[in-house]
Ligand binder design. Structure first.
Ligand SMILES: Cc1cc2nc3c(=O)[nH]c(=O)nc-3n(C[C@H](O)[C@H](O)[C@H](O)COP(=O)(O)OP(=O)(O)OC[C@H]3O[C@@H](n4cnc5c(N)ncnc54)[C@H](O)[C@@H]3O)c2cc1C
Length: 288
C-alpha cells in the first residue's frame, strides 16, 4: 500500500487521478481503517487529507454560512457554540455517530463519502441545503450534498476528485433544524430510520421547510411533499398528520433483521412529526 500525504487538494486530486488500483482518502479513518482491518477493502493508495492546511477548521463564509473542513471531527463540531446554536440538527446528527473515541476522529465528509443510506450526518446536511466543493484535476465544482451519494456505498465522485470542503448556508432569522434517528438500542447502532427537518417561521407560521429521510431508500432522500405539508401551517395536528403520511409515502426501504419495510415506513412518519416539532420550537425560540 502507498500512503500519501498531499499538502494541497490539487495534489490530492492528482495522486488520486494517477492511482491505478483501489484508492481511498483518509479523513478520520473510522470507516476506511475498519474496512481495511476486516479485509473488505484494502487500498493500493491511501491519500491522507489531514496534512492540507485548513482542513481542521470551521469558518464563517462571506455570506454568513459555514465552511466545515474535511478533517473536522464530530467532537469539534459539537463544541462549536455558534455552529451548534445555528444548526443544532446538523451537529446532533454528527454527534450521534459512534462512541467518544469515534467522535474524536469521524468527519462529516467521511460519513457522506462512505455512501451509507443510514449515515447519520447526511440527512440534516440535505435538509440544510448544504453543498460540497469537489476538487479535481481541472478545477473545482460545487455539488449539492443530496447529489453526492448515488446508492449504497457509491458516490458520484469521479476518479481524481476529492471533496475539499462542506458549505452550510447562512441560517437566517427564526429558523432551526433537528435530526432524530431510531435505533434498536440507545447508542452505537446504525439508524433504522433517520429524519431531519429544517424550517423557518414567521410568527407562528412555517414559511419554509425541508425534510430529509435516511435509511429508507438507497440514498438519503429530500421529501418535498413532506415539506409542503407543513409550509403555511402552525404545525397543528392536521399538518403533522399530513407530514407523517408524506414521509411514509416517500419510503422505499429494505426489509432486514433490523427493521421490516412496514416498520421503517411507519417510523419515518413518527420521526418526521417529532423532528418537525423540535425544529419548530427551536425556530420560535431562536434569537439570532
Ligand atoms: C464503532 C463505530 C460506530 C459507528 N457509528 C456510526 C453511527 O452511529 N452513524 C454513522 O452514520 N456512522 C457510524 N460509523 C461509521 C463512521 O464512523 C462514519 O461514517 C464517519 O463519519 C466516517 O468518517 P471518517 O472521517 O472516519 O471517514 P474515513 O473512514 O476516513 O473515510 C470514509 C470514506 O470517505 C472517503 N473520503 C474521506 N474523505 C474524503 C474526501 N475529502 N473526499 C472524498 N472522499 C473522502 C474515503 O475514501 C472513504 O471511502 C461508526 C463507525 C464505527 C467504527
Amino acid at each position: 500500500m502507498r500512503y500519501h500525504t498531499p499538502t494541497t487538494f490539487a495534489d490530492a486530486a492528482r495522486v488520486s487521478a494517477g492511482a491505478g488500483g483501489v484508492t481511498r482518502f483518509l479523513a478520520g479513518g473510522t470507516d476506511v481503517l475498519v474496512q481495511l482491518r476486516a479485509g473488505s477493502v484494502t487500498p493500493d493508495d491511501l491519500i491522507d487529507v489531514k496534512h492540507i492546511p485548513g482542513v481542521h477548521d470551521i469558518t464563517r463564509t462571506a455570506d454568513g454560512g459555514w465552511k466545515i473542513g474535511v478533517a473536522v471531527p464530530g467532537i469539534v463540531m459539537g463544541r462549536h457554540e455558534e455552529l451548534s446554536r445555528e444548526w443544532p440538527g446538523v451537529v446532533e446528527g454528527m454527534e450521534l455517530i459512534g462512541s467518544t473515541q469515534v467522535q474524536g476522529r469521524a468527519t462529516l465528509t467521511g460519513n457522506l463519502c462512505n455512501g451509507s443510506p443510514a449515515a447519520d450526518g447526511v440527512p440534516a446536511l440535505v435538509a440544510a441545503g448544504a453543498t460540497v466543493t469537489v476538487t479535481g484535476e481541472n478545477g473545482e465544482r460545487e455539488v449539492a450534498v443530496a447529489d453526492i451519494p448515488t446508492g449504497p456505498g457509491k458516490t458520484q465522485l469521479k476518479k481524481g476528485e476529492v471533496i475539499s470542503a462542506i458549505t452550510i448556508p447562512a441560517r437566517g432569522k427564526n429558523s432551526a433544524d433537528a435530526y432524530l434517528r431510531f435505533i434498536p438500542r440507545t447508542e452505537m447502532d446504525i439508524a433504522v430510520v433517520g429524519c431531519a427537518v429544517s424550517l423557518t417561521v414567521e410568527g407562528e407560521k412555517i414559511t419554509k421547510a425541508r425534510v430529509a429521510l435516511g435509511a429508507v431508500a438507497p440514498t438519503v432522500i429530500l421529501v418535498d411533499a413532506a415539506a409542503k405539508a407543513i409550509e403555511g401551517t402552525t404545525l397543528d395536528d392536521a399538518a403533522l398528520d399530513k407530514l407523517a403520511a408524506a414521509a411514509s409515502a416517500a419510503c422505499k426501504p429494505i426489509d432486514d433483521r433490523r427493521g421490516t419495510v412496514a416498520f421503517r415506513t411507519d417510523v419515518a412518519g413518527v420521526l418526521a412529526k417529532r423532528a418537525a416539532r423540535i425544529a419548530y420550537d427551536r425556530a420560535r425560540g431562536a434569537k439570532q
